[in-house]
Design a protein around this ligand. Sequence first.
Ligand SMILES: Cc1cc2nc3c(=O)[nH]c(=O)nc-3n(C[C@H](O)[C@H](O)[C@H](O)COP(=O)(O)OP(=O)(O)OC[C@H]3O[C@@H](n4cnc5c(N)ncnc54)[C@H](O)[C@@H]3O)c2cc1C
Length: 471
Amino acid sequence: MNRSTDLDSCARTALRLIGPDPANWVPDRQGIDHNVAIIGGGQTGCALAFALRRAGIGKVTVLDAAPDEQRAGIWLNAARMNLLRTPKTLPGPELGIPALSFQAWYEARHGQEAYTAIDRIRRTDWADYLSWYKRFLGINPRYQTRLDRIEPTGDHFKIHLQTPTGAVIETTRKIILATGFAGAGGRVIPDVLTAHLSPTCYAHTEDTIDFAALRGKTVGVIGAAASAFDAAGVALEHGAADVHLFARRDTIAAIPITRSRGFPGAYDNYHQLPNADRWHQAIRFFRAGSTPTTDAIERTVKYPNFHLHLSAPWTNATERGGKIESTVNGTTYRLDFVIAGTGYSGDLASRAELRDFTDQILLWRDRYTPPLAEQDEMLACYPYLGAGHEFLERTPGSSPMLQHIHVQNPAGFVSFGLPIGDVPSMKRDIPVIVGRISADLFQADLEVLRRRMTGDVAPDFSEALYRSAVR
Ligand SMILES: Cc1cc2nc3c(=O)[nH]c(=O)nc-3n(C[C@H](O)[C@H](O)[C@H](O)COP(=O)(O)OP(=O)(O)OC[C@H]3O[C@@H](n4cnc5c(N)ncnc54)[C@H](O)[C@@H]3O)c2cc1C
């Protein structure tokens, strides 16, 4: 028996010991296709699907716009680091079942010593583990299925989908947005690029980039967080002639500011903090900046043809003679390609699927006015989420269906703190979202369920079983 077979047998035993999946208890409703539509088939969407199944909530569909499993989620796509930032010991999608954990998966394949020896998890190992997780648990996202529009209709939603066979409309009672960074607002590409350069001159780190084509070329990278350094590292490894990384700050952000609240009490109870505390934490993070990992920096600085420019914001760009030119702090750089490692915004207004009700979603700016020294327009546009990660209405009573859209992506950053959607957030957030969905569906169907709970129950045995002993 090989190790991989061993692993599956441990995991199968674990599932057997927790008992069969409960039957779907949610009453069917005429005209409703799904009780829950999970948008996004990355790690978050798949773990949520498993948790809903264990809560006896059936008719759950998982949709993903990506062409296939390899292209879904970030791990084999936008993520280019060698090692996960997340410590290897943090719980993830196993949701409390040790045999489904990364550690169990890894040890079964490589042995306990090998697991002890790794400091952090290799990105590609994590992707392989997630692939196994989906396959083993029979979670099958519908790929090539993009959510284009959410249309609230009475007590449910119409979801407008683009599928391989064309546009279709399905109906669902609940929606979970497990759409990752891109779904939280969209990627940020500086105006200086979009306004002055043709789209073939640049890419965002989220894009598929043909790094082989950058061999022998001079590449500019704008931004200094992890994904910028990772992109620079990959370009160098693919033989770029020179890579120039331009950072706005005068030093690279090195303080992982959220670490001071990385203990369970702060993390688990974060949503109950007063608005002022949560806002202060968000501002603190924004001002400290997102830190690249040490190994992401080491990966680049070992190359003599890597050039780091600090206090070097781009203010101009032009195309001349087949090159991209930008003058930064008095020096003109001539580049073949530019990569924007400039992150993502939390601006819901840019999400087409929310257009029917974007202006009705309660935002932080509607709920909290920070002191002058802590004001920030961008943070103010983040949604002010309820305890079940649900959207709330700006005007009470105007859009009650909003509470049936649950958000588990970085749009929840100000409400729930970082990391949201990341591996460590699963332990806290998945049970909360599933608990709320269960409660809402139960309440909504109480009449039917009450009849079920007070209905006739057949006896397990008749009096004949004990009559002979009656004296
Ligand atoms: C460069 C980088 C490095 C990171 N490193 C780490 C790390 O080390 N550790 C960590 O815990 N986290 C890390 N993260 C955070 C990371 O995004 C999450 O941990 C992880 O990807 C979250 O998984 P997810 O399923 O929530 O989102 P994603 O992996 O982003 O998946 C979202 C899915 O939603 C789909 N989707 C989006 N919109 C639609 C739509 N309208 N219709 C249908 N489908 C849609 C997408 O196709 C995608 O497959 C990193 C993020 C980035 C960008």
